[in-house]
Design a protein around this ligand. Structure first.
Ligand code: AMP
Ligand code: MG
Length: 332
């Protein structure tokens, strides 16, 4: 009996807020036993919610099997089912939620729905030395500066229009680089150091990208600028905006750790700027392996464990999806 009590809790996390269907298997000793994911992509168009949901349905079984095989476990070993309850695209969230409920009912395992944005913060704390960081969460759909302050995960700044990743992808699509555009733009930007003036749009603690996108498109259409210079200038401008508001959040909260998360956090230039800012103010910047920057099941499993150990319990009827779930809704 004693042995049984000492066994770590193993959580099975399901991510399906947007383009990625991911399964992570993580235990309460922070061991990542599996982190398998597949992302929907297109040549031309953007994401059509019903099509992405179909993609998740088609791939789910294979990814679940792959994750269990990788972890060398069966569903009977799982002590907790955790899933992204929001925020995200309704069609996609529903697929993950239905799978989570089905597994929980079939194998009689407790189920917990977690907040996707908070999962990005908590996996960063689990996998780095960061104890209480400000998170610059820069992904496709989301751009938020998040920190835990006075019993809530709070948003200190965010994009007033599109997420920085979607902005980068939109420009990449416009200059015919395909999707996702981030890595291709990064490679082109490396070939230039010729800065072309672009609008710099920080409003208080918030940022906005729509006007910069229009300006970039006009510059591209004029044929007067090299693509490499535009990519370089774009990165320098929007990353400086993100680092500026991150720094202000750190000063405001008196925190001396900065964590980067989200797909755009894979960008080496953004990491370099974060490192420089942190060093200059006597703070420290933390970066994750790319597999934990992008949307992934491991972070969902891990946040499920934290919530469960904090005492959270949910009945099946409480597991409805929350597409517009705000990071700061719950008190801890
Ligand atoms: P996520 O929504 O967090 O899964 O991240 C996807 C977004 O990250 C897409 O918009 C990508 O274009 C972007 N992204 C991925 N790699 C990079 C990179 N190296 N530089 C900039 N953006 C990137
Ligand atoms: Mg994300």
């Amino acid at each position: 009996m004693k042995d049984e009590e000492m066994k770590p809790l193993i959580a099975f996390g399901i991510e399906s807020t947007a383009h990625t269907f991911g399964i992570g298997i993580v235990d309460s000793d922070k061991r990542i036993l599996a982190n398998v994911r597949r992302a929907y992509s297109t040549e031309q168009e953007g994401m059509i919610p019903a099509k992405v949901a179909d993609f998740h349905i088609k791939n789910a079984e294979e990814i679940i099997r792959e994750a269990l095989t990788k972890a060398n476990l069966s569903m009977k070993d799982i002590g907790l089912i955790s899933f992204s309850q929001g925020p995200g695209m309704g069609h996609c969230l529903r697929v993950g939620a239905i799978i989570a409920r089905s597994l929980a009912l079939k194998y009689k395992i407790p189920i917990i729905g977690v907040n996707h944005c908070i999962a990005h913060l908590e996996i960063g704390k689990a996998l780095t030395e960061a104890k209480d960081p400000v998170l610059l969460y820069a992904s496709g759909a989301n751009t938020q500066i998040i920190a835990f302050e006075s019993n809530r995960y709070r948003i200190f700044g965010e994009s007033l229009d599109i997420g920085v990743g979607n902005f980068i992808d939109a420009f990449a699509r416009y200059i015919k680089l395909g999707f996702p555009g981030g890595p291709k733009i990064e490679a082109l930007a490396k070939q230039s150091d010729n800065y072309i003036m672009l609008p710099y749009v920080v409003k208080g603690m918030d940022v906005s990208f729509g006007g910069i996108l229009t300006n970039l498109k006009q510059k591209y259409d004029s044929g007067m600028y090299k693509i490499e210079d535009l990519c370089y200038s774009m990165q320098e401008t929007v990353f400086a905006m993100l680092i500026e508001v991150s720094e202000r959040a750190m000063a405001h909260c008196r925190k001396n750790e900065l964590l980067l998360g989200g797909g755009v956090a894979c960008n080496k230039r953004l990491q370099e700027m974060a490192e420089k800012m942190a060093t200059e103010r006597g703070a420290k910047a933390y970066f994750l392996e790319n597999q934990f920057n992008v949307d992934n099941g491991a972070m969902i499993a891990w946040l499920g464990i934290l919530e469960y150990l904090r005492g959270k319990r949910q009945t099946i009827s409480e597991t409805g999806i929350r597409p517009y779930w705000r990071t700061d809704e719950e008190e801890y």
